[in-house]
Design a binder for this molecule. Structure first.
Ligand SMILES: Nc1ncnc2c1ncn2[C@@H]1O[C@H](COP(=O)(O)OP(=O)(O)OP(=O)(O)O)[C@@H](O)[C@H]1O
Length: 324
């Protein structure tokens, strides 16, 4: 594994902002950290790249134990761990090319080769025509592309993305996410994506950790968390079941990849000779695969048979009783 976080605690003014957080991030994966504003996501990212000293616990990044690094060690770590931000953090008086060259200049790289490299990175992010444009003449998506090119300048192993698409419209968000996916694939870069947008998690992440008040409230594969939504994830998804579901017995069926295009519902109705109404359903795209959930309002006396039928066929389900 590339990043190990163990019992991490970070205090501001004696107050824990990160409280006993532990998880691992594997090399080459796209790992999401999701949670509402103020739960400590950005602080966690800044701890990972050594910008924030930690209060207790341990972070190991590619065999660098952060707590024991001297200033040279931190400098070397920063080379491996790059970052992009919501507000792009570009220098306005410099051109796109100059912005991308900056980290290489800081590291004392020769000007000609850093220029060549900056041009090839701008080509990689689709800005061949914009070498000499300044940030004010670029769109939000283009600015983030420059920031991504700059973040790649020192050949990092890890790219931390702090709300990188939060200032962009939905179409541009998709474009930037697909660029990040491409980079992850072609360069083998590990991405840690902090966001409050579930869409971002669903679109590109393989695993996700859900944060609430400085703690990890759920952790796992994105699809598994969606198929077995924990209470914390439900809150983020904005699902308030009881408010929208009819009184009585409701049953939610989760469709995995294997089942998403099978006629389960019509077959069940026929096989069990029962009636029910479909109350609510949705299909979602997870990193290219379609998953869905469907809520049926059923007669209480059919509950047992339906549960058996679905379980025998390997489907996941949950019963939601609305007695309000
Ligand atoms: N330098 C600091 N000094 C004191 N408190 C801080 C500092 N930085 C962050 N905090 C506090 O720590 C908590 C977590 O902040 P953080 O920015 O990590 O949350 P977040 O989940 O990233 O939220 P957002 O998405 O709004 O940035 C907040 O209550 C914030 O006010």
């Amino acid at each position: 594994m590339l990043i190990q976080i163990r019992s991490l605690r970070k205090n501001y003014d004696q107050q824990a902002v990160i409280d006993d957080v532990s998880f691992d991030i594997m090399k080459g994966e796209i790992f999401g950290i999701v949670g509402k504003s103020g739960v400590g996501k950005s602080t966690l990212l800044r701890c990972i790249n050594g910008l924030e000293p930690i209060t207790s616990g341990d972070i190991v990044v590619d065999n660098f134990r952060l707590a024991s690094l001297d200033s040279d060690g931190i400098r070397n770590l920063r080379r491996k761990v790059s970052m992009i931000f919501q507000n792009f953090n570009l220098l306005n008086q410099k051109t796109a090319l100059e912005n991308v060259m900056l980290p290489m200049e800081v590291w004392g790289m020769e000007k000609h080769s850093s220029k060549e490299k900056a041009m090839s990175l701008l080509d990689l992010v689709g800005l061949k025509e914009k070498y000499h444009s300044r940030p004010k003449s670029l769109s939000g998506g283009e600015k983030q592309r420059v920031a991504i090119a700059r973040a790649l300048a020192l050949d990092p192993e890890i790219l931390l993305c702090d709300e990188a698409t939060s200032a962009l419209d939905p179409k541009t968000t998709k474009e930037i996410l697909s660029l990040l996916k491409e980079i992850n694939k072609s360069l083998g870069l590990t991405l840690v994506v902090v966001t409050h947008q579930m869409e971002v998690i669903k679109e590109i992440c393989q695993r996700v950790c859900v944060m609430e008040s400085g703690k990890v409230s759920a952790l796992g594969k994105v699809e598994d968390l969606f198929l077995n939504p924990e209470v914390s994830l439900k809150k983020l998804l904005g699902e308030e079941d009881l408010e929208i579901l009819p009184k009585g017995t409701n049953l939610r069926i989760f469709f995995t990849k294997e089942f998403s295009d099978e006629a389960i519902i019509t077959n069940m109705s026929r096989d069990l000779a029962i009636n029910f109404s479909i109350v609510w359903g949705k299909l979602e795209n997870f990193n290219g695969s379609v998953l869905g959930s469907l809520v049926l309002h059923i007669h209480p006396e059919d509950e047992h048979r339906i549960r058996e039928y679905l379980t025998q066929r390997g489907l996941k389900w949950e019963v939601i009783k609305n007695e309000s």
